[in-house]
Write a protein of this length. Structure first.
Length: 296
């Protein structure tokens, strides 16, 4: 394989990149007409348009597609990114450091995509496209097919997660048909928790449940789609967590509600010694609110 033409963590003037390689100097997704390259640029300025890019784990980067008005579609840059492997194109990720200055991060490869609800430049609701890229050369322990082969039906809360207003019957039917297995939010949670139960390490995606820490009904619009408000659990832990019969302290140690006798916990395999190893400080904000209900 040809060497990477950029140095990781090196700063570049964006104008210099385009002067040498071509591509649109204004777009977040910039295919080169001179070389088999696609440049993608990420930065905080896109948040106002619903472009929230992040590393969901150390090897998967989620990147929002382009298009400021209306639903995002697989045309132009979005199409180029989705089909870049088949078309023999390479994708290079840069992050803005300041105006006109970008840092090269790494080369990426398309892994999967999902849809998510957002607003456009005119503040109208729309469907956005979230790309999931993996670092070039890294092996991911699951396939996109496994990531999509989950949750054959959406429950009411999951459906509401896609639309902040109450849909009519026709809209609900259409959304379930078109979005089953493709929700960016659930995929982000699975990826963030590295494809396994946050507590037990159990890794069968057909069994695991992606849940909110602060329930949908108690969360605002941003919190409902915040990956840090999500946790991936096996069914026993999910049922107890959902009913606020267990929670976790700021170090990840399990907390048991006294509403159930300790022997009953033991009978269903909960020992009281469990611990989540990979809590982030963003998770803690939501866990504090979850614990408040447990202690009540």
């Amino acid at each position: 394989m040809d060497p990477i033409p950029f140095i990781p963590n090196q700063l570049y003037k964006r104008t210099d990149i385009h002067a040498l390689y071509g591509g649109n100097g204004q777009s977040g997704i910039s295919p080169s007409a001179k070389f088999p390259y696609i440049f993608i640029f990420s930065g905080k300025t896109g948040n106002q348009y619903g472009y929230k890019d992040r590393w969901d784990n150390e090897n998967i980067f989620s990147y929002t597609g382009e298009g400021q008005i209306g639903d995002m579609k697989f045309v132009k840059g979005n199409l180029a990114l989705r089909d870049h492997i088949n078309n023999g194109k390479r994708v290079f990720l840069f992050e803005y450091q300041k105006s006109g200055i970008v840092k090269f991060i790494t080369e990426l490869e398309f892994f999967d995509f999902g849809y998510f609800p957002t607003t456009d430049l005119n503040k109208n609701e729309r469907d956005g496209i979230k790309f999931f890229f993996k670092r070039k050369g890294v092996q991911i322990p699951i396939t996109p097919a496994q990531l999509n082969d989950v949750d054959q039906l959406l429950n009411e809360e999951e459906f509401e997660m896609y639309h902040f207003r109450k849909p009519n019957k026709t809209e609900r039917t259409g959304l379930v048909t078109s979005r089953v297995g493709q929700g960016a939010y659930r995929k982000s949670i699975i990826i963030r928790w590295e494809y396994k139960c946050a507590v037990s390490g159990f890794n069968n995606l057909k069994i695991l449940i992606a849940s909110h820490i602060v329930p949908w009904s108690d969360a605002n619009d941003n919190e409902r789609l915040d990956v840090h408000n999500g946790i991936l659990l096996s069914p026993t832990y999910d049922a107890l967590f959902d009913k606020h019969l267990i929670s976790f302290d700021n170090n990840g140690k399990i907390l048991l509600s006294d509403q159930i006798d300790i022997d009953a916990y033991h009978k269903i395999g909960v020992t009281g010694t469990e611990k989540i190893q990979k809590l982030s400080h963003y998770n803690l904000e939501y866990l504090i609110r979850h614990r408040e209900v447990v202690y009540k």
